[in-house]
Design a protein around this ligand. Sequence first.
Ligand SMILES: [Zn+2]
Length: 662
Amino acid sequence: MIKHSRRDVLKVATAVTTALCARGVAALPAPHVDTAGTGFAGVTPTGAGPAKADPTGEDLAGKWHPFPLTAVRLGPGVFREQAEINARYLDSLTHDRLLHSFRLTAGLTSTATPYGGWEEPTCELRGHFAGGHYLSGLALAAATSANDDFKKRGEEFVAALAECQKKIGTGYLSAFPPDLFEHLAKGQSVWAPFYTYHKVMAGLLDMHTLTGNADALPVAEGMAKWVSSYFTGISAEQRQRMLRTEYGGMNEVLVNLAALTQKDRYLETARLFEQPGFLDPLAERRDELRGLHANTHVPKIIGAARMYEVSGERRYREIAEYFLEEVLTARNYVIGNTSLGEHWSTAPGQLQGTLAWENAECCVAYNLMKLQRLVFGWTGRARWMDEYERALLNCRLGTQDAHGLKQYFFPLGAGYWRAYNSPDESFWCCTGTGAEEFAKLTDSIYFHRGSDLYVNQFIASSLDWKEEGLTLEQVTRFPSEQGTTLKVKSSRAIPRTIHIRIPGWVAGGAQVAINGRPLEAVADPGSYVGVRRAWRAGDTITVQLPMALWSQTLPGDDSIAAVLYGPLVLAADLGAGPAGGAERVIHGRPTAPRDVAPPAALPRVTRSAAERAVPWVELESRADLRFKAAGPEGRRYTLMPLYRIVDQRYSVYWQTQPPTPT
Ligand SMILES: [Zn+2]
């Protein structure tokens, strides 16, 4: 049977318990304030009995859990605007066109005009967006928006896919025939058939779990059974060779299916996608990632993380935690994303010489954020939500344009600009993950651990925690505003603790006030402050999170630095980028404009001896988040948050030089 009973006992960090005894704050028992900088100091989970399994098969005890997407709604602000833009993009797509290749593959009739790019009828990845990311996007949008149209569209789409699967009759479901899988088995050239297959299965499971669609699960199960039969008679050695071809998150989706259905056989099928050659070095804490394709491998770690959650096998957790730590410290750019030309191309910690057009493929950020969220759930470490915020603000916001079109690469070479997919002739991996990302912007704002609430992200939103009878509204213009306000709307006035993330970037100390009365002590940056109280309607928590300028150097070259203001990466405006054409709108392949000139020289500035100091930048307008900088030759720059740079050429990094001796 699937093992649910293994419970990870959280390590007890050195907890410094500080009574927050400001008047008006019921501080019994005292909240925990972790001063070790490692996030909330976890206490040993209470209750020694067997862990309960939730509907997704996870171990409930002692974990930090996200809320269902339906419990959180976005309030007015930049995040809701972005969700609405993405929703309009999803709405603009036509089912008959999306289904064209699925229907032809099943032997059904279609007279629709197919979409182009990676969805064109000759592309070996066709169906990955049409039957996968699109369906996931609808399911996510349905859950986060309460808009029944998304649910209905999703149901129609599932019914159409089910019809295709039924016509084929083997459980197989794809927009391309099984020939591509035969090529894979024979070692012949083929792009990534399982990558695509995974997306379709994930879309179906999302429809099942997020909208309650009853028809989606049996279709996904049929697909899983086909996978199992496909591998029959294939030796382990041959299978390992086949797994060198990208397979997306096949292991993850099969683990999820096993957890949902409580059927062991899907877990066994998931294990067919296990690659010791990739996982073993990570289990031994060795970074052998050089040369690997980033977005092929992050999903494998997400699968390992889910395998840990469902099987309880600690090795998978260790792999996931080491991988995440390593990539985020030794291989990440300041925007919260990794990779050059889709790969990890250097030794760890050696990113010098890698600032180019083809940096930081956007779908990698999507997958890293998924992983951060899972690992946060095991540890409650503020660090992971700091990283999540960094990615969200700097390499998710801004990667979608006003029409819902998405970026592929995130250029970090100086003088480059953003380019986006065409509306109906691209359909890249990053179009797909972006369509999901911007449909689930609510998903990590709040977590809970038992009856304790965790406020992780500062995004205007409301939470309706039905089980605890707590309704909360978060009112903020963050990151334009340096803080947030939480308003309790309704409560049964039962004592419970609300933990608020105090980000690592906070400058000069955060302040928290309850109903206008400040707490005497607030946790250190990089941890959580917990306030215990019998919350009642009308109670207000005001949080001030002062931002300041600071810098972060490029791993491998301390003379190259990026500038941040709080969590926001600032970019220098280097003049107008191309307004349109092939440098601005990119079709199917390649995924970057052709013949882009080498990057410009990084803007030169003079640094000071103080670590993290940014003597070359000044705040010009706090309200507008506008900054200015001056180089040693007198050149002047305007800076703004990177996510607000839409049409301009920019530079994220600066070439710093020591002050001239006087
Ligand atoms: Zn991508």
